[in-house]
Unconditional design. Sequence first.
Length: 485
Amino acid sequence: MEKYDLIIVGAGPSGVFCAYELIKKNKLKNVLIIEQGKRIEDRFCPIEKAGKCLHCKPFCNITSGFSGAGAFSDGKLNSYHLSLHNQEGDLYLGGNGGGYIKQYMSSEDIKDLLAYTDEIYLSFGADPHLHGVDNRDEIVRLQRKAKENDLMLVDFPIRHLGTEKAHELYSKVEKFLEENGVEMIFNTSVLDLIIEDGVAKGVAVCDVLNKKSFEIFADKIVLGIGRKGAGWLSDICQRHNIETAVGSVDIGVRYELPDDVMKEINTYLYEGKFIGRPKPFCDRVRTFCQNPSGFVSAEVYDNNLTLVNGHSYKDRKSTNTNLAILVSHNFNTPFNKPIEYGENIAENVNRLAAGSVLVQRFGDILNGKRTWERELLTNSVKPTLKSAVAGDITYAIGFRTMTDIINFIKQVDHVVPGFAGGDNLLYAPEIKFYSNTVVVDKNFETSVKNLFCIGDGGGLTTGLMMASASGVKMARNLISLEDKN
Ligand SMILES: Cc1cc2nc3c(=O)[nH]c(=O)nc-3n(C[C@H](O)[C@H](O)[C@H](O)COP(=O)(O)OP(=O)(O)OC[C@H]3O[C@@H](n4cnc5c(N)ncnc54)[C@H](O)[C@@H]3O)c2cc1C
């Protein structure tokens, strides 16, 4: 069996940008990317034709395959380095802090890295137009109004690829990597790591189409397995004693409301990131991943959980805006398993929706009643996720989380009138499994020698731009480690 210099597990933006940067720096040697999903040109989500999620086997096409969750993502590239907020002081990297990459790099280095990564996206055809840089006066006015209502409104200029353009862009990246000598195998899952005396030596894999298992060896292994692989990674860390830290879990809903209500935010900011600590719990609640004229979507994870998400196309438009409202939960003693807690909630919501996503009107929640299918037919806000099942999400989401969400919606209503409209729709479960975080050093090396971890899966980053940037930085770290030896 051939031995590689480097194996990258996962062909998401983090893994792919790592390979890209090695090529650019003329340091690519014998590199293999192992991906459990398909090549980008074979990735296709049947939900639009079928009208419902078909639970693609062996893996969901939305979250697996070349470019990972990026291919079907909305393709909103956050230009954190250009944010008004970030020119004033500390670097703010999104609702969840952009992951814990800030622990390993200075703010200035992160800004440079993001500017460089942005240039790569532009070179592959990303839209040069940045949303949220004009109308600075209006943005400042909205930020002031938010502050008056105990909310923070963070601006991030955004480059919007759109779901279909993201697919096109990553196709070019796939071609670029192949033409420059990166070997890639698809439909192949890494099941385990081969570790001897605290040093990573290789991976045990399974060809999921032919059901063949075999081992592949390498000098170094980079894990870029995304949120989809977070559960697997957590098991692997336990099995091999790889050091982790307990993170938080973000639980909430996808909120859908008329574009008209969100007009100011959509026009001036494209994506408004509100952050608050509503009473009485004062938990951190935030909006995330806003999609003007977008569509709510469902995604299926390996553990068979169906979660809700949202995206928007560049050319196809709805008349609704959707965004996530997420509550961060931290646990300590005696229970510190945030992934299991989140999974449990998702499982209960799915059960109430016969395996799907639940949808309920905000007014019905306030009135203590479920929503019925027939009521959605005449509802002024028409659900864009047709497969969602009308019901009562308050049966599954805990009192604390639900209270946080309701009070936060009422709070934002003071800045965005109509935000608490009774016909607005809440979809559940929207859960972000950022945790557990894998402990890495400044080279992104784990407690196992020659084993590295990047991207969203180990908690280092959150989002496309940060995950891609972590791949670039990973490549540079590998080069400097090699130069030292
Ligand atoms: C519907 C949707 C919309 C989104 N919209 C946006 C957006 O607009 N803006 C934004 O910034 N972010 C968005 N995101 C999030 C963004 O896509 C992720 O932050 C980003 O893709 C993370 O990159 P990554 O490389 O860390 O992991 P991923 O993109 O998740 O890639 C990980 C890859 O690893 C593979 N893998 C996992 N485990 C294994 C294994 N054991 N063996 C082999 N392969 C494995 C997976 O199949 C996957 O292809 C969206 C996500 C979704 C699902």
